[in-house]
Design a protein around this ligand. Structure first.
Ligand code: PEP
Ligand code: MG
Length: 943
């Protein structure tokens, strides 16, 4: 159905702005104006789903209200609301505030992006001392009436009047205890009347005013409360954490809807459902319900609800209708829906629907299955996945071979496994996180105000609530493990104790939770990395079909290369050879090479290193065959392979002291011979045995030589000093050895029948002459190796671009280099003049919180500065060499936003760490599919 266009779209001009839209009129696609919930209520109404009638107050009204320093309602808003209430009265045949036939309302928030539980809701609005008797008479159910009333006073008191929860919770709990009632449902009408009266007193005592009786005053205060909740701490924290900008959601709409009741008796129920299982993605009815209850009972986890398939036995006709509703929702929205419903005396109402949040595994599975069900296209399937979320699928699971017995089992509410120290409240979780501790948040149930605890904890365990409780939904959204409703554990948050059987758990005790099956264990259980699902492989293969960028990996070990290939890496974009130098069997040779007194001694060490390097390269080339492997020549300053000066000085001092001791032992040995105890002499450890003095002298000499070298190599700014190609030019024999090792590896692989493609890459280049210098060595060694092995070598030669001057001289460098690889770690360092080593611990956090920088530029590419240099370098380089291959191998290469830029600027590949490869594959496809919408200026980064 066509939507009615708003008469005026701006919130600032209130003179003729339309603020209110009936569900039958509002534009179901305009989530920005009506909020997600409001838009969907309009859409559902208009496609004929049974939605209780109501209307939406727009987000513009909210913004207009919040912009006003006095928080006055925008002019005309309440007039428009009155008019809609009149229309509702007509549609329902009821009267707002009419004691004989009262119209009761719910008031709910809803912004453009779903922020579950982040803002406030009021139910049963319109009850007062006059309408309550009418409600009781009309329903013939005194208990129901008083229950509705006490809920209303409680919610209204909390949300609209700002009264703390515990002012209501404490007397309510006391009443339940007095009556021996475990659940609210066990309380009688008289009990509920009594508590309603107590609540009215609470309101009066706390606010100094009686509870408002005027239904329009109730309505206005509620609308204001919802507006205010947009700028409340919970909502602001949520938006910050999930990076929801005003562009994505600005202000909340208010949904005002006729109440329907799931708590009028045993022919009533309320429930929440997902159109597919949000934990696994399986295409089944999923959800929970409670008979004779109101919606908040399910969501708040106060009573443990029943799985939806049980509805089939209790209310078969309603179950049939629910299945039809679920099918209809999915077929209409072409997306997994998270919906809420109420059954009021045999009539099914849908109260809301929204796109379902789910973990990455479920998102991937539903994406693939919905393509197979022809609900969405492959492109839509790719766009449905947030690349960063895939990280969850790479999270560890419990080692299947573990033998530990679980102490309690709850519901598997959000998969993954985690160990940590128990904390019982969100603040403690946050404090522990700051100290670097891993914690599990353990609660009876969680509430939206616990959100910071979720951010800080490794996982969440609750003793109450179902798979759709707050704890479950939030943890799933964050991809953190959660076990909910573990009723076998008694949690006493105040005393900071939990009890399972006769075991007492205290804060700081370590537990492990498995959100995949709901088990909880004492102590830490080992974990194993998860396996890629077939669905993920399928989705990634579709992504590869759309992506233009190739995804390579940064890997320098066999393990990393193997992992990356499994994750779909199309080659190695950066193999840092220095990491191979650090292995235990090479370091002594590397040190000999560094401290060598002359060329012969250095060459001797290099000759020992070369076969080792060659074998390393061979192994990696073979694993990656037939994919390219970019091997970077030695980059770091060589002093990094030596101990530091202080350490060496100390060692020499100790050795010198040892020499004195050895001399003392020599004296002792002479004496022992006099004492005829030669056998003891033979058992002396090495330094004290004959010749020990020479051994210690040799050690001192070696360490002294190293110390001299360390002092000789000292630099004030080593990262800007004698490293990279500068090192290769001053010690050409080192680069020559590495080049020979690469080319011999290629020759040997060829001979063994492997199709290998090495690429030699030079770091830190800033002039064409530097590159020429190395290229000459490459040409010489190539000719020698080809002659020696009788093969035709086929490798590429290229340069890293990580120095600003290299960007400026890209045209010249491309005369020699066949490829460029942007080393954006160093390029960011040199563009910003921020030290990589220091910035992240010193001023960057403040820069980020103060919004001086939008992101840490070492994580997310600074497209407006570093990116601009890259763009220039790509263009100038390709002017010289049109087929110049260009990639990125800095850490930013695996970040989706950076991948988008790399696609935009025409790179051929991004290279990232192995576990980011799947993320980059999806991001690369998304970059291609959204390329038309991309512009650098629209990116929220620093100016
Ligand atoms: C870079 O500078 O981006 C790079 C990949 O090199 P490294 O981090 O090893 O200096
Ligand atoms: Mg670098």
């Amino acid at each position: 159905m066509e939507a009615t266009a708003p008469e005026k779209q701006t919130a600032s001009n209130t003179s003729s702005t339309r603020f209110v839209y009936a569900f039958k009129d509002g534009d179901g696609k305009n989530k920005k104006l009506l909020g997600g919930k409001g838009a969907n209520l309009c859409e559902m109404t208009q496609i004929g789903i049974n939605v209780p009638p109501g209307f939406v107050i727009s987000t513009e009204a909210c913004l207009s209200y919040l912009a006003n320093a006095n928080h006055d309602m925008p002019a005309e808003l309440m007039d428009q609301v009155h008019a809609e209430i009149k229309a509702l009265e007509q549609a329902t045949g009821k009267g707002f505030g009419d004691p004989d036939n009262m119209l009761l309302l719910s008031v709910r928030s809803g912004s453009a992006l779903s922020m579950p539980g982040m803002m406030d809701t009021i139910l049963n609005l319109g009850l007062n001392s006059a309408t309550l008797p009418g409600l009781i008479k009309q329903t013939g159910n005194e208990r129901f009436g008083w229950d509705a009333y006490r809920r209303f006073i409680q919610l209204f008191g909390k949300v609209a009047l700002g009264i703390a929860d515990d002012k209501f919770d404490k007397p309510f709990e006391a009443l339940k205890q007095r009556e021996g009632a475990k659940a609210d449902i066990e309380l009688s009408a008289d009990n509920l009347r009594e508590i309603s009266e107590v609540f009215l007193e609470v309101v009066k005592n706390t606010t100094g005013r009686p509870f408002p009786e005027d239904v329009y005053e109730q309505l206005m205060l509620s609308i204001k409360a919802v507006f205010n909740s947009w700028s409340g701490k919970r909502a602001v924290d949520y938006r910050r954490e999930f990076k929801i900008t005003p562009d994505m959601a600005n202000g909340t709409a208010v949904n005002i809807q006729t109440m329907v009741f799931g708590n009028m008796g045993d022919d009533c129920a309320t429930g929440v459902g997902f159109t597919r299982n949000p934990a696994t993605g399986e295409n089944v009815m999923f959800g929970e319900f409670l008979v004779n209850a109101q919606g908040e009972d399910v969501v708040a986890g106060i009573r443990t609800p029943k799985p939806v398939h049980e509805l089939k036995n209790i209310m078969p006709e309603m179950y049939k209708q629910l299945v039809a509703l679920r099918d209809r929702l999915e077929n209409h929205y072409h997306e997994v829906q998270d919906y809420e419903y109420t059954i009021e005396k045999g009539i099914l109402f849908c109260l809301q629907t929204r796109n379902g949040k789910m973990n990455a595994a479920a998102r991937v599975r539903t994406s693939v299955e919905m393509v197979k069900d022809e609900l969405i296209s492959r492109q839509e399937a790719i766009m449905r996945v947030d690349p960063e979320e895939l990280d969850q699928m790479l999270h560890p699971m419990l080692d299947p071979n573990h033998k530990a017995l679980s102490v309690v089992q709850g519901l598997p509410a959000s998969p993954g496994a985690a160990s940590g120290k128990i904390v019982f409240d969100a603040d403690r979780a946050e404090q522990a996180k700051v100290k670097g501790e891993l914690v599990i948040l353990v609660r009876e149930e969680t509430k939206p105000e616990d959100i910071h605890g979720f951010f800080a904890a490794e996982g969440v365990l609750t003793s109450r609530g179902g798979k759709t409780s707050h704890a479950a939904v939030v943890a799933r959204g964050m991809g953190k493990p959660c076990v909910a409703g573990a009723e076998g554990i008694k949690v006493d948050v105040e005393k900071h104790i939990a009890q399972v059987g006769d075991i007492f758990l205290h804060e700081g005790d370590v537990i492990t939770i498995d959100g995949g099956n709901g088990h909880v264990y004492l102590g830490k259980i080992p974990t194993v990395p998860p396996k890629f699902s077939d669905d993920l492989r399928t989705l990634l293969s579709w992504a590869d079909e759309y992506a233009k960028l190739k995804i390579m990996t940064n890997a320098d070990t066999i393990e990393a290369a193997t992992q990356a290939v499994d994750y779909g890496a199309m080659g190695i974009g950066l193999c840092r050879t220095e990491r191979m130098f650090n292995a235990q069997d090479r370091l002594p040779i590397v040190i000999d090479m560094i401290i060598a007194k002359d060329m012969d001694a250095r060459q001797e060490a290099l000759d020992r290193l070369r076969p080792i390097q060659r074998n390393d390269f061979k192994a990696i080339l073979k694993i990656m065959s037939p994919r390219p492997v970019t091997i970077r020549l030695l980059d770091p300053p060589i002093h990094e392979f030596l101990p530091n000066e202080k350490q060496l000085e100390q060692e020499i001092e100790h050795l010198t002291q040892l020499r004195g001791a050895v001399e003392g032992v020599n004296d002792l040995v002479n004496t022992m011979q006099l004492l005829k105890r030669e056998a003891d002499v033979r058992q002396m450890p090495a330094p004290f045995a004959p010749g020990g003095r020479e051994l210690v002298d040799a050690a001192i000499a070696k360490k002294t030589q190293m110390l001299h070298k360390v002092r000789e190599l000292f630099e004030v700014n080593p990262m800007l000093g004698h490293r990279g190609v500068r090192l290769g030019i001053t010690y050409p024999e080192i680069y020559a050895m590495q080049i020979r090792a690469v080319l011999e590896a290629e020759a040997e692989c060829q001979k063994e029948g492997f199709d290998v493609h090495p690429e030699i890459m030079v770091p830190q280049v800033c002039t064409g002459q530097e590159l020429h210098w190395v290229k000459d060595i490459v040409d010489r060694v190539k000719a020698e190796v080809e002659a020696e092995y009788n093969v035709q070598l086929n490798f590429k030669f290229g340069t890293m671009i990580e120095v600003v001057r290299a960007c400026m001289r890209a045209g010249r460098l491309a005369e020699i280099a066949e490829f460029f690889s942007f080393g954006t770690n160093d390029l960011t360092q040199s563009t910003f003049s921020f030290s990589r080593e220091d910035a992240e611990n010193k001023f960057l956090p403040l820069y980020e919180t103060a919004k001086i920088l939008q992101h840490n530029p070492f994580e997310v590419l600074d497209v407006k500065g570093v990116g601009r240099l890259m763009e220039i370098a790509v263009n100038w380089g390709r002017k010289t060499r049109p087929d110049l291959r260009v990639g990125i191998c800095g850490e930013q290469g695996g970040h989706p936003e950076s991948v988008r830029f790399c696609h935009y600027v025409g790179l051929n590949y991004v290279s990232c760490s192995p576990h980011r490869v799947p993320i980059a594959r999806i991001a690369a496809a998304q970059a291609r599919l959204t390329e038309k919408d991309y512009s650098i200026e629209s990116i929220p980064t620093s100016d």
